[in-house]
Design a protein around this ligand. Structure first.
Ligand code: DC
Length: 669
């Protein structure tokens, strides 16, 4: 997950390869609740691991459910419809799929068995309406109090006397989650007879109700449906655990990759999506039809899709999106690549989601340069041809805004010259449903090498390059290349193999075959963790000698170039800006006086319990500097276009801020 302030997507040019989708949010949270209400144990497989499922799991645990890993899945021991805990305060974040059904279930349980529960969430959750659900439950005698604003969470669910046998009435035209909540919870009331729910107004997002009915069926509850107006839960319905349940991939999440295929994949090398397909029970799978209407070529299997580009530009669309409210946001960005204006209609529910999505989409699409018309329940997006503007996309703590705007990075394919980067602010908001969204995107997206940004940080030994580079990489979400580690690894391997320091041919061969693996900050050589060993003084000393050999440098070239991957790279060493990445967009030459560096190294060694003398260290540093500077192969010199940073009197944080400020000046966003 990218926990950075922003993530810059360089211009992207193509896509190919396979992605596996995380589990469906809607299915995961419904199954968690059903398993939590059932008698006995249910093992849930491929459950989504995200913010929204975590709050549901935490809430169920608070209510007394045992939830623990088992058989590669998550085993839930349910309450069997009996309250174990009579009082709790549940924090449900921004998870509508947890708030609504838990509210219904706890209102009924506290009414039937006694108890008092409070449910709350983040500020935005307290702006999302729940009044229709509360009215429906109050209508049969549940006691529910608003603790903040009338009609919105937080709520207290505090008993009352629910009257079995009385039909419930609920509005269907604001959010289908109210009906889902009732359907999931009302079997709790069916002991004395059937429970009837009547829907008032036109029911929106019917496919989500289909998911609910389907999952209830798997737990042994067969709801009778009379059109979309009347639902009857039979008398004596009991939640019966099916034992094991498998969660299919999230069809809404699939929409970004379907769009990716339609925009950027060649027919011979489609984007393959595993986890959902023709047999999906999720309504958003019908996004595929909309994408096809815009020109996508789609092949489907029971649980996979393969998508490539058909029509280009895409074909403009005029579509009632009531059946795919979430995935339709993806169409709004695809519309930028179309041959005319696209109108998405009947999407009033967008206004009460994670944010007001109609307003959000309109505002952010306009930042890219698009002409957008918004109405109370529709949005019309005009395409962009060459006139794309680089933009910082505000994401409103809305995962879908972040994910769908990543598709704007393919603007070069629509004629933007040069292609423009897209900045996604607060990228971690994707954690709501797809924590690894951007990593997954980068695993199938392609950019021109020249478009993948590189920042180089070169400088002498102990100047603090490593720390600076690693912090800058972290702030930007970029990859990190510690090129010194490659020379150190060559030296270590040479020591192990007993190869003398002047045997250039053998050392070069050795360097070319290094079995190195980088895992975050850890480095493995031939399968063993050598992170600490590489820092040994004798290894550093030999590294300084082997790195003077042109053959060794040549042998390590490809390996270093391969670090230049999406979304970008920070590389530190001696020749990053001069030899390896001469086209880097920002080159920093870091210096510090020999005295300062000797002091820093001294502190480091002493803190590890290694005795050292400052004077010796300083002499040693100066000797190494001299060797690095005077060698014929890639000597240590600042690149012509490098900016110098003397950090002798700067804190690490100050140096990092300076580099980020320079970087900001060089980025068009
Ligand atoms: O930065 P460091 O101390 O980990 O580097 C170890 C040795 O490798 C150092 O003596 C210089 C050499 N080196 C190099 O020649 N070129 C690089 N790009 C990085 C390091």
């Amino acid at each position: 997950m990218y926990a950075t302030e922003f993530l810059d997507l360089p211009p992207l040019q193509g896509a190919a390869g396979t992605v596996r989708l995380p589990g469906s949010k809607s299915i995961s949270n419904r199954l968690l609740l059903l398993a939590g209400l059932s008698e006995g144990r249910t093992v849930l497989h491929d459950l989504l691991d995200s913010d929204d499922t975590r709050v549901m799991i935490a809430a169920l645990r608070q209510l007394g459910c045992r939830i623990e890993p088992q058989d590669g899945g998550l085993c839930v021991t349910g309450l069997g419809g009996r309250l174990e805990v009579r009082q709790a305060q549940l924090f449900l974040g921004n998870a509508g799929t947890a708030m609504r059904p838990l509210c219904a279930a706890l209102a009924l349980l506290s009414g039937l068995q006694g108890g008092e529960f409070e449910v709350s969430g983040v500020a935005r959750m307290h702006e999302r309406p729940i009044g229709d659900l509360v009215d429906a439950l109050r209508g049969i005698g549940c006691r529910i109090d608003y603790l903040g604003n009338e009609g919105y969470p937080p709520l207290r669910l505090a008993g009352g006397q629910p009257r079995p046998g009385e039909p419930l009435r609920v509005r269907g035209d604001v959010s289908s989650q109210f009906l889902t909540a009732l359907l999931l919870a009302l079997p709790l009331m069916s002991e004395h007879g059937p429970v009837v729910i009547e829907v008032e107004g036109e029911l929106i997002s019917k496919p989500y109700i289909e998911i609910t009915l389907n999952l209830l069926r798997r737990f042994g509850i067969e709801v009778a449906r009379d059109e979309w107006r009347r639902f009857t839960i039979p008398a004596h319905s009991r939640y019966r655990s099916p034992g094991h349940v498998h969660v299919e991939g999230d069809a809404s999440s699939a929409s970004y990759f379907v769009a990716l295929g339609a925009i950027a994949a060649e027919a011979a090398r489609p984007v393959r999506i595993e986890g959902v397909g023709a047999e999906s029970i999720q309504g958003d799978i019908r996004f595929v039809e909309a994408a096809e209407a815009m020109g996508a070529v789609v092949r489907q299997g029971p649980n996979w899709l393969e998508v490539s580009r058909g029509a280009w530009p895409l074909r403009a669309l005029d579509l009632d999106c009531n059946h795919i409210p979430d995935a339709a946001m993806t169409l709004a960005v695809m519309a930028l690549y179309a041959d005319g204006p696209t109108r998405l209609r009947n999407i009033a529910s967008w206004r009460v989601k994670e944010t007001d999505r109609i307003a959000a989409m309109a505002t952010e699409l306009r930042k890219l340069g698009a002409h957008v018309i918004e109405g109370p329940d529709y949005i019309e997006v005009h395409p962009l041809a060459g006139d794309w503007r680089p933009a910082a996309i505000h994401t409103y703590d809305d995962h879908r805004v972040a994910m769908c705007f990543s598709l704007a990075a393919f603007n070069a394919l629509a004629g933007a010259r040069p292609g423009v980067p897209v900045r996604i602010l607060d990228p971690k908001c994707v954690a709501k449903t797809f924590p690894d969204y951007f990593e997954t995107l980068f695993s199938v997206a392609q950019a021109r090498t020249a478009d993948i940004p590189v920042i180089t940080i070169d400088g002498p030994t102990a100047s603090g390059k490593g720390t600076l580079a690693s912090e800058v990489a972290q702030a930007l979400g970029y990859h990190l290349l510690d090129s010194g580690a490659l020379y150190r690894a060559t030296a270590l391997a040479a020591l192990d193999a007993g190869i003398p320091a002047d045997d250039e041919a053998s050392l070069s061969r050795l360097a070319g075959r290094l079995a190195l693996r980088f895992d975050g900050q850890r480095i493995e050589l031939d399968g063993r963790d050598v992170t600490e060993t590489l820092r040994r003084e004798d290894v550093g000393l030999l590294a300084s000698r082997v790195s003077a050999l042109p053959g060794v440098r040549q042998a390590l070239l490809e390996l270093q170039l391969a670090f230049r991957r999406l979304p970008g790279l920070v590389a530190d060493g001696r020749d990053m800006g001069t030899v390896i990445f001469p086209d880097a967009r920002l080159k920093v030459f870091l210096t510090a006086s020999a005295a300062t560096r000797a002091e820093r190294r001294h502190k480091q060694l002493i803190s590890k319990g290694i005795p050292a003398s400052i004077d010796d260290l300083r002499q040693d540093l100066e000797a190494r500097d001299a060797r690095d500077r005077s060698r014929s192969a890639a000597p240590l010199v600042p690149a012509e276009d490098a900016v110098s940073l003397d950090n002798s009197s700067l804190s690490i944080e100050e140096s990092v801020q300076q580099v980020l400020a320079w970087w900001q000046q060089r980025r068009p966003v």
